[in-house]
Structures are given as structure tokens and as C-alpha cells.
Ligand binder design. Structure first.
Ligand SMILES: [Zn+2]
Length: 337
């Protein structure tokens, strides 16, 4: 008698990954389509899931008002970096998975009728890491805000600087902060929105420099991870350390705003924060804080014999802003792909 072999039918998975998502906070199984409809906020417990840049823009701006800029910017593999796989392969995989060229989208839009310059990050693209492209987009968003004197809005979602770009990624910290400083001096408002997570180099540069810093509920916000921080200070960390609410209680974040209320909150802020019309030109206002002048005077005090001659010392009105354009031009060359 022949042995009857069992037939091998594919086992039906009770919860296909693309249909359902388990809420990490209340363990409720959520139907993905409904979760998307609820702007990826758990209807049971209010847990805020990560949101794509595209969905974030749709959530915040007036319908069809967003016009993307610099969509073609793409990273180059300047270092020939290989970890488990070559950096260009990682970029290609991330581009295929997300449909984005890099981890940020920038452009102009209107929010409740107010024209704004904005840059939105997406954690799904290589952990929202900041390389030359993200840094450049943030900088250009700030520069457009300065040029048009319209408010700047940046939504962060990032694990930090992109290690595959090494020093080029770290240089973005200085570049973005420089652009934001010129914006601040010119009296143009900047609203920073921190979503989960906002850490590392993004936290250490533009994300916390807003005139108003808004965070989404329970977002992870901080520089180094909790384990590293605890190890460094050799102390146990308080509960809720590096979460939005903890940072709000300690004055680091101005508002914790739910995703549903975010658009209304930003619209209200835009009514208050109007770019000042008769503000001194950026070059005059720079004297309020002059990092190069400050460092020069400090060096003079510490090393009196260093003797910076008048030829090498930056003249007033030169220095930072004069030094920036060539570096920026070189950087644009580097990011052109
Ligand atoms: Zn939940």
C-alpha cells in the first residue's frame, strides 16, 4: 500500500505583516489601513507610530500647496565606504524601499494660508541619518526662508549623522547651525518639530534650535542612547529619561503636541511669529554673536603671543559670512550626483 504523503500547502499567517501592526504600547492589533487613516496614531492608547515624510507633509500643509525643491540631490560615496555592504548599495536599497532619494524632503508650502519653507525627514530612509544631502536640504530651506522672509519649519526624525559619510556628515552640523544663526539674526522665525526619534547629530544641531521647539508625545529625544549616558555619568537614569514629556518638564521642549493637534498648533504659532519687517540686515546683526571674533579674542587671552596679524584676522563684515560661500559651493559640488 502506497504511503500517502501530506500535501505541503503554504500555511496561512494569521496576521500578515503588511495588513496588521501590533501596537507596542497597548499590544492591540491594528488594521494598517485604519492606522493610516488615523495618521498612524493608535486609536486605543494614542501611541504615535513613525510617519513617512510624505504623510507628514500631507498632514501639515494646505492641500496641494507643497512644491518640492532640490528633489534631485543625491549622496555620493566620497569615502568609498564599505561596512557590511558598500554605501552605494545601501542608498540604492533605501531608495527602492522608500521611493525617496535621501532622508529628507524640502520645499515650500502654505499652512492655513501662511507661506512657509519646510524640510521634513523620514526615518525609513537609513534611519533618517543626516549626510551631505540632508544637511544641504536643511540649509537651503533656511536660506530660502531668509531670502523670502518666510517662517521655516523642520520636522526631524533621525538617528543622527550618517556614519557612511564620515566627516562630511559631521560638517553638516556646523553648516546647518550657521544657516539657522543667520535666520535668527534676521528675525525670521523657525519652528522645530521633533518626532520619534530625534537623536545624535540632528539633536546636536538644528532640531533643538527652534524659536519654538515642539515634540510629539513620547518621542525619543536626546544625543546619546540611555545606556551610553548612564555609563558616562555612572548613575541610574530617571524614568522617562529622553522622552518628550520629561524634556518638557525640564524646560528643554516648549510644547508636547499630539499629531492631531499639530497642524492647528503650528498655524496658531505662525499667526504670532511674523518675520519682523524692519529688521537690520543679517551682516549688521552678526555682531550680536560673532563666533570667530569670540574665538580670536579668547585665543588672544589664552595665548597672548599667538599674534594674529591684521591681514589674517577677519575684518568686520567678513569672516563667517565671507567664508561660507566657497565652502557651500564646494559642498554643492560634492552632493551633486
Ligand atoms: Zn496602542
Amino acid at each position: 500500500m502506497p504511503i500517502k504523503l501530506p500535501s505541503f500547502r503554504p500555511r496561512k499567517d494569521a496576521y500578515p505583516a503588511d495588513l496588521w501592526t501590533k501596537c507596542p504600547s497597548c499590544s492591540e492589533m491594528l488594521f494598517n489601513k485604519q492606522l493610516d487613516k488615523a495618521d498612524r496614531v493608535c486609536p486605543t492608547c494614542g501611541h504615535h507610530f513613525r510617519l513617512s515624510a510624505e504623510a507628514r507633509i500631507a498632514l501639515l500643509v494646505d492641500e496641494r500647496s507643497f512644491i518640492e525643491a532640490d528633489a534631485g540631490l543625491q549622496s555620493v560615496d566620497a569615502l568609498g565606504f564599505v561596512d557590511q555592504k558598500p554605501y552605494p548599495d545601501r542608498i540604492a536599497a533605501a531608495q527602492l524601499a522608500t521611493g525617496m532619494r535621501d532622508a529628507a524632503i524640502r520645499g515650500t508650502a502654505s499652512i492655513d494660508g501662511h507661506r512657509v519653507s519646510m524640510c521634513v525627514m523620514d526615518f525609513a530612509f537609513m534611519g533618517g541619518s543626516m549626510g551631505a544631502v540632508v544637511g544641504e536640504k536643511v540649509t537651503r530651506a533656511a536660506e530660502q526662508a531668509l531670502l523670502e522672509r518666510i517662517p521655516l519649519i523642520i520636522v526631524s526624525a533621525s538617528g543622527g549623522a550618517r556614519m557612511q559619510e564620515g566627516t562630511f556628515a559631521l560638517m553638516q552640523l556646523a553648516k546647518t547651525v550657521g544657516a539657522l544663526e543667520r535666520l535668527r539674526v534676521a528675525g525670521v522665525p523657525f519652528i522645530s518639530v521633533m518626532s520619534d526619534p530625534t537623536t545624535g547629530g540632528v539633536f546636536a544641531s538644528y532640531a533643538v534650535l527652534g524659536d519654538v521647539n515642539i515634540a510629539e508625545p513620547n518621542a525619543l529625544i536626546g544625543f546619546a542612547g540611555a545606556r551610553v549616558s548612564a555609563g558616562t555619568i555612572a548613575q541610574e537614569l530617571p524614568p522617562g529619561f529622553q522622552r518628550s514629556e520629561f524634556l518638557f518638564e525640564h524646560g528643554f521642549v516648549d510644547r508636547v503636541v499630539t499629531r492631531r493637534a499639530l497642524r492647528g498648533e503650528i498655524a496658531q504659532l505662525l499667526r504670532y511669529l511674523v518675520p519682523s519687517p524692519n529688521h537690520p540686515a543679517p551682516i549688521e546683526g552678526r555682531s550680536l554673536f560673532d563666533p570667530i571674533g569670540f574665538l580670536t579674542s579668547l585665543a588672544d587671552k589664552v595665548v597672548p603671543d599667538m599674534g594674529l596679524s591684521d591681514e589674517t584676522a577677519p575684518r568686520p563684515g567678513e569672516g563667517l559670512s565671507a567664508a561660507v560661500p566657497p565652502a557651500r559651493a564646494a559642498d554643492r559640488e560634492a552632493t551633486r550626483g
